[in-house]
Design a protein. Structure first.
Length: 255
C-alpha cells in the first residue's frame, strides 16, 4: 500500500471523530454545563474567586481560560509545580507526581482558595491521587468543585487512590467529556497503537462553554461580566487594565 493511500482521509476521520464527541457533549451535558456556568456567575457576583486546575495535558484546557481574550479576568490557574505541563524534565515526573498522596492538601493549604470559591478540576481519567484528593480537600474547606472528566474511566479502569474512588465521586457538578478510555480516536492497519487524541479539543470546548454561560448569566442579572479583550486590538490594553484594577483582589496571576 502506498504511503498516500495509507494516510488519505485520516484528517477527515479525526475531524469527524472530534465533531461527533462535541455533539455528544452538547446534547448530553448541556444542563450540567449550564449549571457550572451559573455557579461561576453566582460566585463572581458574590465576590468570590474562580480557579482551575489540571495536571499534564489536562492542564492545557485549564490554562486556556486564564488571562484569555474573550475570557473572564477572574479565572485563575491553580498551579502545582511539576505537573503543569511538559516543561518539567523529565516529562514523566508530572505523571508520577499525580500519584503522590498528600500533595493536594499541601497545595491547597498554601493557595489563596477560600470557602465559597469555585475550583474546576480537570482530569481525563479522574483516577489518580492528585485530582481525587484535590476535590476531597477542597470541598472540606467549603470550596465548590466542578469536575471535568471522562466518566468512562471510572467504569473501565481501577482507581489509583486509596479510597477506590474517582474525581467524579467528590464534585458538586460533574461534566463528562465522553472521551473513550485511551484517548485516541484513530486506528490504522500496520500501526500497533491507536492515535490522534481528542481530549484537549473537547475539554477546552467544554471550558469555554462554561465560561460563556457564566458571562451570559451575569449579563442577564445586570452585572457586567469581567471579560478581557485582545491586547492586539486598539484599546484592548486600556480595557484590560480597567477590568484588572476593578477585580484586582480576585486576580492572582499578576502577583
Amino acid at each position: 500500500m502506498a504511503e498516500s493511500d495509507r494516510s488519505e482521509g485520516l484528517a477527515d476521520r479525526y475531524f469527524d471523530a472530534a465533531i461527533d464527541l462535541l455533539r455528544q457533549v452538547r446534547d448530553a451535558e448541556g444542563d450540567r454545563i449550564t449549571a457550572a456556568g451559573r455557579l461561576i456567575a453566582d460566585t463572581v457576583e458574590a465576590g468570590g474567586r474562580i480557579f482551575s486546575f489540571g495536571a499534564g495535558h489536562s492542564s492545557l484546557p485549564a490554562q486556556d481560560t486564564v488571562y484569555r481574550a474573550g475570557g473572564l479576568a477572574v479565572m485563575n490557574l491553580l498551579s502545582v509545580p511539576g505537573v503543569v505541563g511538559v516543561d518539567v524534565r523529565p516529562a514523566t515526573l508530572g505523571s508520577a507526581l499525580e500519584r503522590v498522596d498528600g500533595l493536594a492538601a499541601a497545595v491547597l493549604d498554601t493557595s489563596p482558595l477560600e470557602a465559597g470559591d469555585v475550583l474546576v478540576i480537570i482530569s481525563l481519567s479522574g483516577r489518580n491521587a492528585l485530582p481525587v484528593e484535590m476535590a476531597i480537600n477542597a470541598r472540606a474547606l467549603g470550596i465548590k468543585v466542578v469536575g471535568l472528566t471522562s466518566v468512562a474511566y471510572a467504569e473501565e479502569t481501577k482507581s489509583r487512590h486509596s479510597s477506590g474512588t474517582y474525581l467524579k465521586d467528590h464534585c458538586d457538578i460533574v461534566l463528562d467529556s465522553r472521551i473513550p478510555v485511551g484517548d485516541a480516536e484513530l486506528t490504522l492497519p500496520g500501526i500497533e497503537a491507536p492515535f490522534a487524541p481528542a481530549s484537549t479539543v473537547v475539554t477546552s470546548a467544554i471550558m469555554q462553554a462554561v465560561v460563556a454561560t457564566a458571562a451570559g448569566t451575569l449579563a442577564e442579572r445586570g452585572v457586567e461580566p469581567p471579560l478581557l479583550r485582545s491586547g492586539n486590538v486598539d484599546g484592548g490594553h486600556e480595557w484590560n487594565g480597567r477590568v484588572m484594577r476593578e477585580y484586582a483582589d480576585r486576580i492572582f496571576y499578576r502577583h
